[in-house]
Write a protein that binds this ligand. Structure first.
Ligand SMILES: [Zn+2]
Ligand SMILES: [Zn+2]
Length: 142
């Protein structure tokens, strides 16, 4: 599979006690998660994920299906996440997950992290899924 952004070959990596296969770009450090990997790690992902209605079609392609990815911002941050409508895989650019975690920490410290408030732009399961996703990626990177 090739990186949607720099087109170089993604490297398969094992993570989280070897239970998880992820694909990492050696150039930009972006990460690709197949839906089946997400399902293995996160039960919530088994429910059908809904793409944010405002998600915008991008020029770059899903490494798996070769169709355009859709981009949306992670709740309460201005960090962009890409999702494939066809296979429901997720792409995060290098450093994006750290940016999400930092933004969330800053909000938490100010008591502004809306953990329990429903996001008007996201369904509940999508929000929970993304929260677990970010925590997982941060763990993988450490
Ligand atoms: Zn890349
Ligand atoms: Zn796809």
């Amino acid at each position: 599979m090739e990186c949607p952004k720099c087109k170089c070959e993604l490297e398969a990596k094992k993570a989280a006690e070897q239970k998880l296969d992820i694909d990492v770009c050696p150039e930009c450090e972006g990460i690709w998660f197949d839906k089946k990997e997400l399902e293995k790690m996160m039960p919530i992902a088994r429910k059908k994920l809904k793409l944010h209605w405002k998600a915008a079609k991008q020029d770059y392609l899903c490494p798996r299906c070769r169709v355009e990815l859709y981009e949306f911002t992670y709740p309460q941050t201005d960090v962009w996440v890409d999702m494939c409508k066809t296979c429901q895989g997720l792409w995060l650019d290098g450093g994006e997950f750290e940016a999400i975690e930092q933004a969330r920490q800053a909000l938490r410290q100010r008591g502004r992290l809306a953990e329990d408030d429903p996001y008007h732009t996201f369904s509940g399961s999508m929000r929970q899924f993304m929260t677990e996703f970010v925590e997982l990626v941060v763990k993988v990177r450490r």
